[in-house]
Ligand binder design. Structure first.
Ligand SMILES: *Cc1c(COP(=O)(O)O)cnc(C)c1O
Length: 366
């Protein structure tokens, strides 16, 4: 059996350190925010090449608060992609703003800058590119268009810790960068977590207030805030794991290179990385027009796979009221029908990768 994800394998490699970090929080009783969260904010922001980090309870909250801090609200439009995890779009809707979709580039699965300008209207306030699967979006043209129109750029980097665009880490490329520390992400908490990183002190101050009931100081509530604080236990665990992130990322990248080599000449459509990208392979997705058969056959051979994601957001019932219909975003729609995620994580062995490829290659013959 080859699981899609193996969190126990990772925990076993760092068990003593994680346990010690957790014991430290139990001893200090700093259960919400506190010194471990503060230290993690500084360390993770520095890792991203950003000046400030604001720890929150989930990646979804990071997106929600980044949008609010940027002044997004009812009547505004935010441009994003329909091929993403639903949280990207839900966060826009929580603010009362309207998501406006542009199609993806079919090679990188990220926002197609060539489709961006046509989606801008006088109501557009922000652009929210998603670094899907750990591959950075093509940020230079996105940022150039944003500057020309006076728009805020918020990165959804929930799948892309440590990914680089032209040598710079994602999260620090736009005005605000949002991360998730959901356990299955490349940097995962022992529970939920998220962070917004930014260079702007003004956003930082607003974000710190919004995550903790909108108070300037205790009981002086000047904004409608939320209870979105990061837990002390998560901050402590994430500090330990951050020290391993680069090694884990290199292991993911090596695994992807190995998969690509094993698949070479087989006819299996493997993921592409643009020349300017340091892809961090949160997901390694192959494509097949015959995906259902592939998935069933791999499952029967003991290989777990995933689909990220089977429906583009504009065709989900929850967002039908936005008024989009099938055919609106052909690349997103086709990707949703064809992508199949194979197991990829730092602890996945070469023998396991060989077994996955040995099971998948014969499927190319119908
Ligand atoms: C995981 C994820 C989120 C949401 O993060 P949570 O921590 O689960 O709330 C947002 N966007 C993308 C692209 C994600 O993969």
């Amino acid at each position: 059996m080859i699981p899609f994800l193996d969190l126990k394998a990772q925990y076993n490699t760092i068990r003593a350190e994680v346990n010690l970090a957790i014991q430290g929080v139990l001893d200090s009783c700093q259960f919400t925010l506190g010194s471990e969260v503060e230290a993690f904010e500084q360390e993770f922001a520095a890792y991203c090449g950003a000046s400030h980090g604001v720890g929150v309870n989930t990646g979804t909250s990071a997106l929600h608060l980044a949008l609010l801090a940027a002044g997004v609200g009812p009547g505004d439009e935010v441009i994003t992609v329909p091929f993403t995890f639903v949280a990207t779009v839900a966060a826009i809707r929580y603010t009362g703003a309207t998501p406006v979709f542009v199609d993806i580039d079919p090679h990188s699965f990220t926002l197609d800058p060539a489709a961006l300008e046509a989606a801008i209207t006088p109501r557009t306030k922000a652009i929210l590119p998603v670094h899907l699967y750990g591959h950075p979006a093509d940020m230079d043209p996105i940022l150039a268009i944003a500057r020309r129109h006076g728009l805020v750029v918020i990165e959804d980097a929930a799948q892309a810790h440590g990914a680089e665009y032209k040598g710079r880490r994602v999260g620090s490329l736009g005005d605000l960068g949002c991360f998730s520390f959901y356990p299955g992400k490349n940097l995962g908490a022992c529970g939920e977590g998220g962070m917004v990183v930014t260079d702007h002190p003004h956003y930082t101050k607003t974000l710190r207030m919004l995550r903790d009931w909108g108070a300037e100081r205790k009981y002086h509530h000047t904004l409608l805030g939320y209870n979105f604080r990061m837990e002390g236990l998560q901050g402590a665990v994430l500090r330990v794991k951050l020290r391993y992130l680069e090694d884990w990322t290199e292991a993911r990248r090596d695994a992807a290179v190995h998969y690509n080599q094993l698949f070479q000449g087989s006819g299996v459509q493997t993921p592409e990385a643009m020349p300017w990208a340091r892809h961090v392979y949160h997901i390694y997705a192959v494509r097949s027009p015959d995906r259902a058969r592939w998935q069933a056959s791999l499952e029967a051979q003991g290989i777990q796979t995933g689909i990220h994601y089977p429906f583009p957001i504009h065709l989900l019932p929850a967002h039908a009221d936005l008024g989009y219909t099938a055919g609106a975003f052909p690349h997103a729609e086709r990707a949703a029908l064809e992508v199949l995620s194979l197991p990829i994580y730092p602890e996945l062995t070469a023998a396991q990768r060989e077994a996955v490829v040995a099971a998948a290659v014969p499927l190319t013959v119908a």
